[in-house]
Design a protein around this ligand. Structure first.
Ligand code: NAI
Length: 698
């Protein structure tokens, strides 16, 4: 059933019924249009109420139809809204819970709207790189005024119905219903059953007293806010049209054109890709959605250092009690002080209320004794990155933790299977690789060991949602998905320096491409000594692998980055601004001369392609080896953990937009560069195959 029909007294009730949020898919649209027609043909019916079953009035378009011909099949949403507007009998929308996107556009086509308090009202299309496509930009300004409507359309965030109903002069809602919204709408429908002419939003006017100046201001604001995305500026154009065109149909046609042209832009495609990639990441191919989950009501964290504190905050924020265990009281005190400092900064900025802060701190306890954590449902280890230390911790956990507890490690480089092997319950062991700062970064790599139980994976994936992380499953390998790829990217960045680029040129090129931070500024932030330690290990493990020595020379100068006041850049104490360093540039030039390389000018395009294609090639290997189950998972890791520009949709999606054939051709060209590493540019078999077949990753 997709929309039901019943008659109550003299009122026909059409109920959208397409779980989970009554998306306006083809069958639902068709059944709704038929319901309106049926009610109009029934002499006993005097009015119609349109509502939604379950958890929503309607969440808008049915995302399952995206990109399929069904999305456009008649009656499409525009036609359905026309059917509603043309109904000879009044249609009253009974709105509750969620009224978004196409759902709101449909409601705006109704003659009257009765709403329940607490309803989330939004036109979120901009978040997918679009303007609302079924009249939202034309009708919302007519009922809410230009400024309120434009703000909602450009931001796309939900606003509560009672807030909108309280706006002076608003015509969005005819009644804010206390009690049952359907009953209220039925009563309202009877009251207005004979009122003619029927009111229509399309007959109202959208006006702004200082239109030109206001729209100019809006355009400037939007440009600064969303420089890589065309949709917000198009939203401004559309709303401006609503105030300028005499006939709403001209405005609707303008909006439609904007919608269709945006649909084809790479930015919109990237946003849609990211939207679906995020949903896909939460699904693990061999772990069914109905896999039973373990209850997580109490969490323990081992280690109160940089990561332990941030990890704990995630659970406190979600209302889950945490106990932190340390070896020394001083370490606990330091860790707790950092957590307090973080929360206090949020309170100061007005982002957190004082009472919420206290509630969260009240959920936190500390201990030096394993006996105090034995009943935790999940324990996350975040101690020093040394296998010996991890061994001690996991052996103890195995002894003390209650049966069924999940034992997780936040290790970033160690073998999760080895760690699981320290216990007699490897099925309960999993990697939970948070990113620093762990209370801020969205990404969580869930590392699946060879024996990790499916119920453990299912539990951790759903817990990740609760603590508002984007979880991506990774198999066990050195560096997992993200850091394994970044190592190749860093190697390539080193080769660029040897050949003639400066750190600032490389960073600038990559930042212009859209990265939050170039590789050298990132190194200074994370600490250049981390990469140094990894390279020292690599020199032993893989003596044939080529690295540029510049980063080692930098570390030998004690320039570890911001924490030592100097890295690839100079820093003024207490500030984070990266100042180009003549000392570093001289070091690079000297090293280049020793290698006998004559520097050449490297274009920004070459810099970007060499760096991004290093990620792509390693990403392809990761997918082929099954470390990531799909290319879109690799994209999610980079979008949420590594500052990859959202409007490019992740490295694999970017490669797709360039065409994999072209990517391979470019890599072959790089392989011929005598100062680069030909083996580095050997296309991964998956990439080579897809390119040869004219296919793409996603
Ligand atoms: P950290 O050095 O800041 O903190 C480690 C804490 O563990 C210290 O407070 C120490 O007193 C405590 N500790 C050491 N041995 C212990 C034991 N046997 N029992 C209880 N507590 C013990 O280290 P950080 O940076 O927090 O790293 C922790 C783990 O997280 C490591 O495995 C690291 O690889 C991983 N990681 C670190 C990231 C980072 O950016 N710092 C990012 C992702 C993972």
């Amino acid at each position: 059933m997709t929309a039901s029909y019943e008659v109550r007294g003299q009122v026909a009730v059409i109920t959208l019924n397409n779980p989970p949020v009554n998306g306006l898919g083809y069958e639902t649209r068709k059944a709704t249009a038929e319901g309106i027609e049926r009610a109009n043909n029934d002499a006993a019916v005097k009015a119609i109420v349109l509502t939604g079953a379950g958890k929503a009035f309607s969440g808008g378009a049915d995302i399952r139809e995206f990109g399929s011909p069904k999305a456009l099949a008649e009656p499409n949403l525009l036609s359905l809204i026309k059917v509603v507007e043309n109904s000879g009998k009044p249609v009253v929308a009974a709105i509750h819970s969620v009224c978004m996107g196409g759902g709101l556009e449909l409601a705006l086509g109704c003659h009257y709207r009765v709403v329940a308090p607490g309803t989330q009202v939004a036109l979120p299309e901009v978040k997918l790189g679009l303007v609302p496509g079924a009249g939202g930009t034309q009708r919302l300004p007519r009922v809410l005024g230009v400024e309120v409507a434009l703000n909602m359309i450009v931001k796309g965030d939900p606003v509560k119905s009672e807030q909108l109903a309280a706006l002076p002069g608003q015509k969005l809602f005819d009644q804010l219903a206390e009690g049952d919204v359907l009953e209220a709408a039925l009563a309202y429908a009877q009251q207005v059953a004979d009122v003619r002419p029927l009111p229509l939003v399309r007959n109202l006017k959208a006006r702004h007293p200082e239109g030109d100046a206001y729209f100019q201001f809006a355009r400037n604001t939007v440009k600064a806010m969303a420089k890589n995305f065309p949709a917000p500026a198009r939203c401004v154009d559309c709303v401006e049209q609503a105030t300028k065109t005499r006939n709403i149909d001209d405005g609707l046609a303008y909006e439609r054109e904007a919608f269709i042209s945006l649909m084809m832009t790479p930015e919109c495609k990237a946003l849609r890709h990211a939207f679906f990639a995020e949903r896909a990441a939460s699904k693990i191919p061999d772990v069914p959605e109905d896999t039973p989950q373990r209850k997580i009501e109490q969490v323990a964290v081992i280690g109160a250092g940089t990561m332990g504190g941030g990890i704990s905050m995630n659970f406190l924020n979600a209302g889950i009690p945490v106990t932190i265990l340390e070896t020394k009281q001083e370490a606990l005190d330091r860790g707790i002080a950092t957590i307090r400092k973080n929360y206090e900064a949020q309170v100061k900025k007005g982002k957190l209320k004082q009472d919420k802060y206290e509630q969260r701190m009240a959920l936190l306890t500390t201990t030096l004794d394993y006996a105090d954590i034995k009943n935790a449902d999940l324990v996350i280890e975040a101690v020093f990155e040394e296998l010996g230390v991890k061994e001690k911790v996991f052996t103890t956990l195995d002894e003390v933790m209650k049966p069924g507890a999940i034992l997780a490690s936040n290790t970033s480089t160690l073998d999760v299977d080895k760690i699981a092997g320290f216990t007699k319950r490897p099925q309960d062991v999993v990697g939970m690789h948070f990113f620093s700062p762990a209370n801020v970064m969205k990404l969580l790599e869930v590392v699946r060991g060879a024996k990790t139980g499916k119920d453990v994976l299912a539990t951790v994936m759903s817990l990740a949602k609760k603590i508002k992380k984007t979880a991506v499953v990774s198999g066990v390998c050195d560096g997992f998905i993200g850091n394994r790829m970044i190592e190749q990217y860093s190697r390539q960045a080193g080769f660029l320096l040897e050949e003639g680029a400066t750190p600032q040129q490389v960073d600038k090129a990559v930042e212009k491409f859209g990265f939050a931070m170039g590789p050298f500024r990132m190194g200074d932030l994370a600490g250049n000594d981390i990469g140094w330690a990894i390279r020292k290990r690599r020199y032993q493990e893989k003596p044939d692998m080529r690295y540029s020595k510049t980063a080692d020379l930098l570390c030998e100068m004690g320039r570890y980055g911001q924490k030592t006041g100097a890295g690839w850049y100079d820093y003024v104490p207490g500030k984070r601004d990266a100042i180009p360093s003549s000392v570093v540039n001289e070091m690079i030039e000297k090293h280049r001369a020793e290698l006998g390389i004559t520097p050449r000018k490297i274009s920004d395009e070459e810099i970007v392609h060499r760096l991004v294609y290093s990620l792509v090639n390693e990403g392809a290997k990761i997918v082929e080896e099954g470390i990531a189950s799909k290319a879109s998972d690799v994209d999610m890791v980079y979008l949420t953990g590594y500052g990859f520009p959202l409007h490019r949709g992740g490295p694999m999606n970017y490669a797709d937009t360039q065409g994999l054939f072209n990517v391979v051709q470019t890599m072959k060209r790089f392989a011929k560069n005598p100062h680069d590493d030909a083996s580095f540019w050997e296309p991964a078999p998956l990439l080579a195959r897809l390119a040869a077949e004219g296919k793409s990753f996603n």
